[in-house]
Write a protein that binds this ligand. Sequence first.
Ligand code: PMP
Length: 355
Amino acid sequence: MSRFWSPIVHALTPYVPGEQPRITQLVKLNTNENPYPPSPKVQAAIAAANADSLRLYPDPESTALRASIAGYYGVQAEQVFVGNGSDEVLALVFQALLQHQAPLLFPDISYSFYPVYCKLYGIDYRTVPLDDDFAIDPATYRQPCGGIIFPNPNAPTGRLLAREAIEAMLQQHPDTVVVVDEAYVDFGGDSMIPLVNQYPNLLVVQTLSKSRSLAGLRVGLAVGNAELIDGLKRVKNSFNSYPLDRLAQAGAQAAFEDEAYFQQCREQVIASREVLVAGLHALDFAVLPSAANFVFARHPAYDAAMLAARLRERAIIVRHFRQPRIDQFLRISIGTEAECQLLLAALTDIFASGV
Ligand code: PMP
């Protein structure tokens, strides 16, 4: 607390990012990064941009990158927005599109940044409980609101909401923005980007941090009707006119231009997820159906916080949330198949030691 802080800062409970440990020998399964490196084409593009022109400002509009993304998804460049990670894109979405008289709706178990943005930007919100199977129940969103946002697949549950349910939501709220946060969509989800021309109230947010192995480069994007994108640009230009640096623009563009590598990498992660889920089932875990690069699992006999601590002693880190309803779950990111096997072996060892 400080007398220099504004009342909003006093009231804020800041988002706590997942741990980024200094020790590199850890098996790091706690923040849903991709276990594989980015495409070699990304590395080459970054090296070329680096050697060339860092003394110059970057393109404020990220024109070439936005054209690549637009081409990739079959939309116009005016329908694409980019920012420093989807966290920044989401911050602009909250300010530009979700600040209305009626409360914003999002699931009670969801990305924990949403309530932080609401408090920071003074946005009224109401959380909507997940159903008994930890799925989003679209019927519970049939209420007046100033906007809707949810991750699909949801985080940290990994559960997917079907396209028909999202379309019904868009139709029920034609004058309200519905934001689908598709951070994890490439691991088995169904992107809503093909629907943006049909629904002017749909905004899809994605990231290059997960399926394109670029968490360290900080690139996120939004695709929607040009009217929504214009709203984002107005806020962006009022606060940072150069959102992406030269390396990020070059690297991200190369990532969208190496489809073969992208497909291979995401298929590998999905295959490892299947192996991990089977292994967890064999150890008696209950695992929610996952369309993401993580699984959400609970053991009937062992306390989740204790398991996370025992795993850490064995140099494996997973995520545990001290939050009602989910405090007996572990969220485990999908590593390489070898890392998944190390995790399963460590759990077997913990159970055998009887703790
Ligand atoms: N949305 C969701 C649902 C996430 O889990 C994350 C990752 N923590 C993000 C957005 C932000 O990812 P990034 O800023 O790396 O693009």
